[in-house]
Design a protein around this ligand. Structure first.
Ligand SMILES: Nc1nc2c(c(=O)[nH]1)N[C@H]1C(S)=C(S)[C@@H](COP(=O)(O)OP(=O)(O)OC[C@H]3O[C@@H](n4cnc5c(=O)[nH]c(N)nc54)[C@H](O)[C@@H]3O)O[C@H]1N2
Ligand SMILES: Nc1nc2c(c(=O)[nH]1)N[C@H]1C(S)=C(S)[C@@H](COP(=O)(O)OP(=O)(O)OC[C@H]3O[C@@H](n4cnc5c(=O)[nH]c(N)nc54)[C@H](O)[C@@H]3O)O[C@H]1N2
Ligand code: SF4
Ligand SMILES: [Mo]
Length: 753
């Protein structure tokens, strides 16, 4: 059985033995690029425009792309340093196959033939559904669409899901239920003119840094800002009202605010009457949610709750934003609906300078949730169990209804089924579940049980360490395609360089597997990303996420096109729901009651402290990319436990002391970081590190019953001060590397750009 990395060698592999510090051979300290390529950042859902500097088929730096309307040249630290991953010495350029002595390089033909033979063997022995696909939405729209079709028609398995299951699904389910459509309702331009901005469970300044700019421009024009978060995030420090509620109590807060809006008659009755359904039922569900009750449930003062209700209710224009803080919960969908109830009750949505949106997380977190990448979905955000939707897609794909699998299992459920021995084979791409799924010991055990596991990645991620075959895929800048940003803007990723060695884009690899499986008739016509996009356009036509009128040429000409864009002469739709028309067949939005229930795990005498987790500005997700970039590691080398001075005092902890954090799943030892900016009953760990440093050693596999998102944001733990020698060796190693990054002159040439 494979285990988590233990030996120094394994640790070096797991943590990126090489930060990209020393200049590679032939490095020119002041290179002049051959050309500049206008494209987008490979990381978060903001999808900032960037110009990559290219010299001799290498990305050597960047220039700001001032003309791109969303970020106007601005970038966060990850965007500034992203180019350093391309020439990284850890980059996979050959297929790797597991041998008793460890991974060995293999020629492409051997790796492919083995992979295909194993898929056939497992599916022959246990049935088609015993082979699962887990994918991710750093992939372009083309690749997302392709993976959905590949799983259903290439492998003929129903068990396909994606890492958006850990990210956007609560927002998606809530939006579909309330509005009939799943996208931020507005482009961010509507933020700037809003009088009140409500931000719930989103560390905007660190996780969607460019959105901060929009909020600050609104503040410059007099807007008031309300932030709901158990931590006083950098954005909250500039807010007019901070609501540091108890983790997991968000729907109590929104219920309490709705109660007050009604009591004070701050609701728009005409809008509710004409454009919505379900209000009376929703109102009766909050009749007992008095400010006193809300205060008890959330831990917030009555005066603060009342102030928030007044600010929100009395505004003429407003924008509500939320993110994973409210969505990563076992009632993530209800929390989203609770926010939407406040938006609908005040009737401003669809008007200029008014709006609502979840801040999409991953690079293509928006597009990736539309094109049939989910276990229950077909392209165009269609429903895989709806007979008409199935028929439409069967016609586009040229297959029969019997050939198209039905709904499969979601990401965590697939991992549970692997653990239980029901699923025997896995194709994994663009997903690092051993770091990012909850309860990482369980995930590690599950991956060790697979009879065959093939992973497509450009770095040998922690999950890839469990694979039988690793196929080298292409980086963002090594392929073209489209992506859809948090605003719903479809943008164009342009190819800057060729993939090195045997590495190739995911769609090329999947095409080849499908062809070798004898399913080429569905894939052989995909000769370029644009060919895939053109089929995607047709497959999405008439669905809620309609891309039919979008072409590569139009995206470049308009610098992005907002979907829905149903025809070639349509300019796209930055603002949805104008005139109060929603996407349900009757045009009305739905209020949905969100009666209070507690999180799946609550604090008690054994585990008395709330534990939450999330991000820092310098790292991205499971960290496989950013933990390899020296400058980013230098800024934030290791995880830590954020703790309030009062709580720290109770455990005798000073800043930097070693603390053991224990939950019902396991324990971690980390340095304490004593900060005033967190509730005294709550601790926080950034989750970007694996194994002994991973927050997901502590989190639980509790899921939202509708969206199936894990409850990353709420669990219970206990703390104990311990001795410094218990801090894991790998954490010390990271600190040493960061020190080296600060002091090693040789590192400078790559770090000054
Ligand atoms: N730097 C950086 N940026 C990123 C990413 C990254 O890894 N690094 N990832 C991208 C992705 S995929 C995503 S999903 C987004 C995530 O973006 P965000 O959701 O903004 O980030 P998180 O840090 O996960 O959590 C947000 C906030 O939720 C708060 N929170 C915790 N528990 C609760 C609760 O019970 N209620 C409320 N109201 N708040 C709570 C946390 O204190 C935290 O400040 O960021 C994207 N951008
Ligand atoms: N405790 C805790 N856990 C969390 C969260 C949290 O807040 N707290 N947040 C959750 C959220 S919101 C998310 S989105 C997930 C993210 O979790 P993951 O999806 O596991 O994170 P990534 O780091 O994006 O992993 C993607 C892997 O794919 C590779 N990759 C990137 N692009 C491509 C590509 O184009 N092709 C291929 N083949 N590979 C590629 C990267 O090298 C990396 O190894 O984590 C979740 N886990
Ligand atoms: S905000 Fe997101 S898209 Fe923009 S530079 Fe930073 S990581 Fe990249
Ligand atoms: Mo995410």
């Amino acid at each position: 059985m494979a285990t988590l990395p233990q030996t120094p060698d394994q640790l070096r592999t797991a943590f990126g033995p090489h930060l990209n510090l020393a200049p590679p051979d032939g490095w020119d300290a002041d290179p002049v690029p051959d050309r500049l390529v206008e494209t987008h950042c490979c990381f978060c859902g903001q999808q900032c425009g960037i110009k990559l500097k290219v010299k001799d088929n290498r990305v050597i730096g960047f220039d700001p792309w001032e003309e791109f309307p969303f970020n106007k040249g601005k970038l966060c630290p990850k965007g500034v340093k992203r180019y350093l991953q391309g020439n990284h010495p850890d980059r996979l350029t050959k297929a790797l196959m597991r041998t008793p002595e460890g991974f060995r390089e293999a020629d492409w033909e051997t790796a492919m033939a083995h992979t295909v033979a194993k898929i056939q063997e497992i599916q022959g022995k246990y049935g088609k559904d015993a082979f699962a696909v887990l994918s991710g939405v750093s992939l372009t729209n083309e690749k997302s669409y392709h993976v959905g079709k590949f799983a259903r028609l290439g492998l003929q398995t129903k068990n396909l899901d994606y890492n958006g299951r850990l990210c956007m699904v609560s927002a998606g389910a809530g939006n579909k239920k309330a509005f009939g459509l799943d996208r931020a309702a507005n482009s961010w331009e509507d933020i700037e003119g809003a009088e009140v901005i409500w931000v719930a469970g989103s560390n905007v300044a660190e996780c969607s840094p460019i959105t901060t700019d929009y909020i600050w421009r609104a503040r410059d024009r007099g807007a008031k800002l309300i932030v709901v978060d158990p931590r006083i995030t950098p954005l909250a420090r500039t807010a007019d009202l901070v609501l540091p509620l108890k983790p997991g109590s968000d729907s109590a807060l929104t219920n309490g605010i709705l109660h007050l809006l009604d009591t004070w008659n701050l609701i728009d009755r005409a809008f509710i009457e004409n454009h919505t359904q379900g209000f009376e039922e929703t109102l009766s569900a909050v009749k007992d949610c008095t400010p006193e009750w809300t205060s008890r449930m959330t831990g917030l003062p009555v005066a603060a709750i009342e102030k928030a209700a007044r600010m929100w209710g009395e505004a003429r224009t407003s924008f509500l934003l939320h993110a994973r803080g409210i969505e990563h919960q076992s009632k993530g969908v209800e929390n989203v609906l609770g926010c939407i109830n406040l938006v609908l009750a005040t009737g401003r949505i669809g008007k200029p300078n008014c709006g609502y949106g979840t801040i999409t997380g991953q690079g293509n977190g928006q597009g990736g949730r539309e094109h049939g990448h989910k276990c229950d979905q077909l392209p165009g955000n269609r429903d895989i169990e709806n007979p008409e939707h199935r028929k439409y897609i069967c016609d586009v794909w040229g297959c029969t209804d019997e050939e198209l699998p039905r709904k499969g299992q979601s990401a965590q459920e697939i991992m549970n089924a692997i653990h239980a021995g029901e699923i025997k084979g896995l194709l994994l791409l663009c997903f690092n579940p051993v770091v990012s799924l909850p309860d990482n010991q369980f995930t590690a055990e599950a991956l060790s049980k697979l009879e065959f596991f093939v992973c497509l990645d450009f770095f040998a991620s922690e999950s890839a360490q469990y694979a039988d075959v690793i196929l080298p895929s292409a980086l963002h800048e090594e392929d073209e395609g489209t992506s859809t940003s948090a605003e719903g803007r479809v943008i164009k990723i342009n190819k800057a360089v060729d993939p090195p060695g045997d590495a190739r884009p995911d769609w090329v690899i999947l095409n080849e597997i499908a062809h070798r499986l004898g399913r080429g008739k569905y894939f052989d016509h995909f000769t370029s990303p644009e060919a895939i996009f053109n089929e995607l356009r047709v497959a999405s036509k008439g669905g809620t996420a309609d891309y039919y009128g979008i072409t590569y040429e139009k995206i470049e000409r308009q610098m992005g096109v907002f979907w829905p864009c149903p025809s070639l002469d349509h300019p796209g739709t930055p603002r949805l729901f104008e005139g109060g028309r929603f996407a349900h067949p009757d045009g009305k939005a739905r209020f949905v009651p969100t009666p209070w229930r507690p999180p799946m795990e609550v604090v008690d005498a054994d585990y008395p402290v709330w534990l939450t987790s999330g991000r820092v500005v310098f790292h991205y997700l499971s960290g496989t990319q950013t933990r390899r970039i020296g400058w980013l590691v230098e800024q934030c080398p290791n995880p830590y436990l954020e703790i309030h001075p009062k709580l720290a005092e109770r455990y005798g902890l000073k800043d930097g002391d070693a603390v053991e954090i224990t939950s019902r799943r396991g324990s971690l030892v980390l340095p304490a970081k004593v900060v005033m900016t967190i509730r005294p009953d709550t601790v926080f760990i950034p989750y970007h590190w694996p194994g002994n440093l991973g927050a997901n050693r502590l989190t639980a596999r509790h899921l939202d019953p509708v969206s199936k998102i894990p409850e990353f944001k709420v669990s219970a733990c206990r703390l104990q001060k311990t001795t410094p020698d218990r801090i894991p060796a790998e954490l010390r190693e990271l600190q040493r590397m960061a020190f080296e990054a600060r002091t090693n002159q040789a590192a400078l040439p790559q770090r000054v750009f």
